[in-house]
Design a binder for this molecule. Structure first.
Ligand SMILES: Cc1cc2nc3c(=O)[nH]c(=O)nc-3n(C[C@H](O)[C@H](O)[C@H](O)COP(=O)(O)OP(=O)(O)OC[C@H]3O[C@@H](n4cnc5c(N)ncnc54)[C@H](O)[C@@H]3O)c2cc1C
Ligand code: SF4
Length: 339
């Protein structure tokens, strides 16, 4: 492992000041200085030589209570950035009022990892693209302009939605799909103060710059994530399909929340995982359902709409029918929930 500077400040202001660009740093980007929480993603990539930060700011000693709070009230849910995945997935009120969030966390990684991993670190996890993780391959995300080995390589795990000519890497997180479906908001604090970012605007599609993955400034620290209350949050679920039932990333997944008027859909909130380059809100599918009775036929039409713009490569075309079937099943199971 390469050498790096390490700091563990005790308050947010000091952490942000420590993360501000230093003139001696060679990489004046988010990659040069990085916050570290559970370390389950970042340390992995440092060991592989993929992440090469010159400075690590450990946020685990930060004393502000809001960073560790879970609050549920009439206005919605607020989750501190340092809450561990395991604590949120087991929270009674989250399981009752926001089951899609609890399920998306419970179906991720292993119990050991979820005990260690933070919610903010989870949403900012980086892709598992095999060619990104192995530094001998060309990868525009790791080395801008070097090419994309996945395009002509084995791309079974790769994305079919939101892809570009520069990168087809999947965003692999589960929790983010629940958050984008429920219109979550990220609170971030940096040298210019605190701001709110719609979760849908946090991640960037790869376009020509796949190495720029979020819209956070280099010094911005995620402080909390909030989810507004809505008539759809209790009737919600997360369905994840993977190669094996434990300890694997999604091949396809669906986060669904429904507000029903009898059999008809008043509002639908839908996101897709395992198939896109970023957390993916399926608004076309939502529009196809609204005002319709929800049955197999209308669910299938919504799934067709969700994947209408899909672009497969050599080995991942199976994700289109798999993703559609996953969404249909998630919609029907969510419809049938007893709430
Ligand atoms: C074997 C394995 C299987 C896994 N399976 C799944 C799975 O099925 N589903 C799934 O969703 N995930 C899965 N994961 C990923 C895992 O959930 C993430 O590694 C974890 O959630 C990251 O959280 P962390 O706190 O450890 O982040 P870290 O590794 O500490 O940080 C990750 C990134 O977030 C940044 N960061 C952390 N906190 C903040 C903050 N407050 N503000 C700004 N930036 C911040 C860091 O700088 C870094 O870039 C798996 C991981 C492993 C190793
Ligand atoms: S798909 Fe993206 S992350 Fe994977 S090799 Fe290509 S550029 Fe790199």
């Amino acid at each position: 492992m390469r050498s790096f500077a390490y700091q563990a400040p005790h308050d947010i202001e000091t952490a942000i000041a420590a993360a501000a660009f230093k003139p001696d740093e060679k990489v004046p980007t988010r990659a040069g200085t990085q916050y570290i929480a559970g370390g389950t993603n970042l340390i992995d990539y440092m060991k592989l030589g993929v992440a090469r930060p010159e400075r690590l700011i450990d946020v685990n000693q930060l004393a502000e209570p809001e960073l560790r709070l879970i609050e549920v009230d009439a206005g919605g849910l607020r989750l501190g950035a340092l809450v561990r995945m395991a604590d949120a997935e087991e929270h009674h009120d989250i399981k009752r009022d926001y089951p899609v969030i609890a399920e998306s966390l419970r179906l991720a990684a292993s119990g050991q990892i979820r005990n260690m991993a933070s919610l903010a670190g989870n949403v900012l996890q980086r892709t598992r693209c095999e060619y990104f993780r192995e530094t001998s391959w060309a990868c525009n995300k790791r080395e801008p302009g070097s090419g994309c080995a996945a395009m002509g390589g084995v791309n079974r795990q790769h994305a079919v939605l939101g892809v570009s000519d520069a990168c087809i890497a999947t965003y692999h997180g589960d929790f983010a799909q629940a958050l984008i479906a429920l219109d979550a908001i990220v609170e971030a604090q940096g040298g210019n103060g605190r701001r709110k970012i719609a979760f849908a605007d946090l991640h960037r599609r790869p376009g020509d710059t796949p190495h720029v993955e979020t819209n956070l400034a280099p010094d911005e620290l995620i402080v909390a994530i909030s989810v507004p209350a809505g008539p759809w949050t209790r009737r919600s679920r997360y369905l994840k399909v993977r190669d094996r039932e434990s300890y694997a990333f999604a091949l396809a997944s669906a986060a669904v929340a429904l507000d029903l008027d009898g059999e008809k859909v008043r509002h639908a909130r839908i996101a897709l995982g395992g198939v896109a380059t970023v957390p993916w809100r399926a608004r076309e599918a939502e529009q196809a359902l609204e005002g319709e009775a929800l049955d197999e036929a209308s669910a299938a039409r919504a799934a067709d709409a969700a994947f209408a713009a899909a672009q497969p490569h050599d080995h991942n075309a199976f994700k289109i029918p798999l993703g559609k079937q996953t969404l249909v099943r998630a919609l029907l199971e969510t419809r049938d929930m007893k709430v």
